[in-house]
Design a protein around this ligand. Structure first.
Ligand SMILES: Nc1ncnc2c1ncn2[C@@H]1O[C@H](COP(=O)(O)OP(=O)(O)OP(=O)(O)O)[C@@H](O)[C@H]1O
Ligand SMILES: [Mg+2]
Length: 239
């Protein structure tokens, strides 16, 4: 099976080599767990390995996202040049503006998002795509049945385009024991969940791969940290 290395320290060990190419993977977690930053780092690492990627920031302006990424990952000094070379395309404002202001039907608004995604992928020949976050789409689409249908349509579109994708999802709780699975957890190929457990003086960050179709993976709850040179997953093998 072909795999797409994430390039993130420790994450490829958790994935037994990387994400199965063409898989659509959910990156879920509570607020501030690092979903946006981790997905961005995967895109960045892939761009450095010669694989172009698109980042869809549905809830943030591109400038804000990039400012934040640069503030955290101070060692990503070649980020601007990768963007200039079209190895990374950050797409935000237009899509989210359209989503939020579209007075037509929600299915129509969703269709527009999908076509935006498709043209961005074609523009740079992207191999990796991030959609941050699909929780916004849930709000736009409204009822559960239409949401499920839209997600299925999104899955088949991404599959047709042959990209490996990361879709962030907000979970209601940051704690593992309180986790509830929405419909998107069943539709997509893989799930990576990031938790923050509430210790009184120190927050503990852990991640686990809950499913990855077509591949075995680590079953360990893996501690991680966010550093200025990227994420670091402390896999069993390393710690
Ligand atoms: N300079 C830094 N060094 C290390 N960690 C940082 C730094 N700045 C922010 N962080 C961590 O990154 C987290 C934010 O990451 P990110 O924006 O990816 O989270 P998220 O899961 O996407 O959140 P949201 O659900 O709000 O979109 C913060 O909660 C903080 O813990
Ligand atoms: Mg985020």
């Amino acid at each position: 099976m072909e795999r797409l290395e994430t390039g993130v320290q420790g994450l490829d060990d958790m994935l037994f080599g990387g994400l199965p190419s063409g898989n659509q993977v959910i990156v879920a977690g509570g607020p501030g767990s690092g979903k946006t930053l981790l997905s961005f780092e995967i895109l960045y690492r892939n761009a450095k390995m010669g694989r172009p990627g698109v980042f869809f920031a549905l809830e943030e302006r591109s400038e804000e996202l990039l400012k934040n990424v640069k503030e955290v990952f101070t060692s990503f000094t070649d980020l601007d040049s990768l963007i200039k070379k079209k190895m990374i395309l950050v797409n935000g404002e237009d899509t989210s503006r359209r989503l939020l202001s579209d007075s037509g039907s929600s299915t129509y608004a969703f269709g527009n998002v999908v076509s935006d995604i498709e043209s961005a992928i074609r523009e740079i020949g992207a191999k990796v795509v991030v959609i941050d976050s699909i929780s916004l789409l849930k709000l736009v689409v409204g009822d559960e049945l239409t949401y499920r249908r839209s997600m299925l349509a999104l899955v088949s579109d991404l599959r047709r385009l042959g990209v490996t994708s990361l879709l962030t999802v907000e979970t209601q709780s940051s704690e593992r024991k309180a986790l509830k699975f929405g419909p998107e957890f069943f539709i997509f190929d893989g799930i990576l969940i990031m938790y923050q457990s509430g210790e009184e003086y120190k927050r503990a960050l852990t991640a686990e791969v809950v499913k990855m179709r077509g591949s075995d993976h680590s079953w360990a709850l893996t501690p991680y940290e966010i550093t200025s040179s990227g994420f670091r997953m402390f896999t069993v093998e390393q710690s």
